[in-house]
Design a protein around this ligand. Structure first.
Ligand code: SUG
Length: 449
């Protein structure tokens, strides 16, 4: 069956800021406390989405989440005359805690869910498991709203299975598609699903940074999606990569179609990993491995430039694939030189385009973090909520919406402002009508209902 790989990008939320909240994420730590530009952030993301839609790729958007997240603060015992007052009081009393309720981290849609196309699943439905993201407090509050968003966008249960998150226990720590790669001959054909974990929950982990994905979470997703074990591969991410700041596998690896593009030090046992992929692909397709040697791109450069956090795309009208890399890859000498050699040689990657997503990059999110890939057959595509799909009209509406509702700057001194609550709710309320998500999509819309 023919199918396309659609990309759904997380919109940067109105409270985008640099809280330094993400363990093992070097960019987030480095930029902690700096002044953020939420409006520029959302516009950068929209420009990337629009340029891919203009090139003929199928592109949708995912809504930001409600922040500051007052329901959680209430559950933690904060109270006040209004939600704005609760926010102000909580931020004043416990800024470190309150900041976790303010992050716009749902923009990194690669962490929203793990997705298995219908060609791979036993019941022939497209399966989604929203990620529990339990390793970091600010992300652990995303999963339920992500489930709601996916259910609103992929509403037909005969075609789409939107699961609950995995249980919230550290043994099932799950960061979604950032640790999942699907290889195939073409998108609509049966593929090989590769799950990458940082740790086995039943072994001790004493790494410098947390290993955010467990083997047990990956196996649970494999079971609930009804994947064939012969076509599923579990690989361990290298400790070296995690310790160098690759907090997700998609910081050192990306793949699409038959092509796997990865850093020499991405996997703990590379030879075994590649063999396992070859075995799983046997009879379906020949995997094409593009390994980047450390001698050409040192791991540290791969991580600061985010070379691998690029979108690898089958580009309309092109025989070779296209890599949409962050601007920082062009600005880093080793990765820029590598990209030039890559496209000049006879590799499966024929062009590199650079995208400016700096606001997101400064929190450790490149072009690939911002999107969730969903392989859709034509019939599935018809069943998706059409209002989230990018076209000229939606782009015009969303840029106008961003210019109306988003602040130009958010500095650390602004973060406790009680006005942020109503301001961001007005933006999200307007968005639910633009994207056809109903009037009870966000917790604040259901308040008192
Ligand atoms: O989980 N940053 C995110 C970045 C996620 C990138 N996603 C992928 N690689 N797929 C994270 O570390 C920073 C937020 C802050 O510090 O305020 C943050 O959550």
């Amino acid at each position: 069956m023919s199918a396309v790989e659609a990309n759904f990008d997380g919109l940067v939320g109105p409270t985008h800021n640099y809280g330094g909240l993400a363990p093992g994420n070097l960019a987030s730590a480095k930029n902690s406390g700096s002044i953020a530009a939420p409006r520029a952030g959302v516009l950068e993301g929209l420009a990337k989405v629009k340029s891919l839609a203009d090139a003929g790729l199928v592109q949708g958007v995912l809504p930001p989440q409600e922040r500051p997240y007052i329901p959680h603060l209430k559950a933690l015992g904060f109270s006040g005359a209004s939600d704005g007052a609760i926010w102000e009081a909580a931020y004043k009393a416990h800024p470190a805690l309150a900041l976790n309720m303010l992050s716009a981290s749902s923009m990194w849609a690669a962490n929203a869910a793990t997705v298995s196309p219908s060609a791979d699943t036993q019941d022939g439905r497209l399966h989604f498991t929203p990620a529990n993201l339990l390793t970091a407090l600010h992300r652990s509050i995303e999963g339920e709203q992500t489930r709601r968003a996916l259910s609103a966008i992929f509403p037909d249960p005969a075609r789409f299975a939107v699961h609950d998150t995995l249980p919230y226990q550290s043994a099932f720590a799950d960061e979604g598609a950032a640790n999942h790669v699907r290889l195939c001959a073409e998108h609509g054909a049966e593929g090989v699903e590769i799950f990458v974990h940082g740790r086995d929950a039943f072994e001790a982990w004493d790494g410098k940074f947390p290993a955010r994905q467990t083997l047990q979470a990956c196996e649970a997703v494999e079971r609930r999606h009804g994947l064939k074990s012969a076509r599923t591969v579990h690989i361990r991410q290298s400790r070296k990569a995690i310790e160098a700041g690759a907090f997700h596998n998609d910081v050192v690896c990306v793949g699409t179609g038959p092509v796997l593009f990865f850093h020499e030090h991405a996997f703990e046992d590379k030879a075994e990993a590649l063999d396992a992929i070859r075995r799983a692909a046997d009879g379906l397709f020949e995997p094409v491995f593009v390994e980047v040697p450390d001698a050409e791109v040192p791991l540290a450069d791969a991580i600061t430039s985010y070379l691998f956090n690029s979108q690898l795309l089958v580009w309309p009208g092109e025989v070779r694939q296209v890599l949409v890399a962050p601007k920082e890859t062009e600005e880093t000498a080793s990765t820029n030189a590598y990209c030039q050699r890559l496209v000049e040689g006879n590799s499966p990657i024929g062009a590199v385009k650079f995208a400016d997503v700096r606001q997101s990059m400064r929190n450790g999110g490149g072009p690939a973090c911002l999107r969730l890939r969903v392989v859709l057959t034509e019939a599935e595509r018809q069943a998706v909520n059409p209002k989230v799909m990018m076209d000229d009209a939606l782009y015009a509406q969303l840029t106008d919406w961003a210019n109306t509702h988003y602040r130009e700057a958010l500095s650390p001194d602004d973060l406790g402002d009680p006005a942020l609550v109503d301001e961001s709710r007005r933006a999200l309320d307007a968005l639910t009508s633009i994207l056809g998500l109903g009037s009870d999509f966000y917790p604040f819309q259901r308040q008192g209902a």
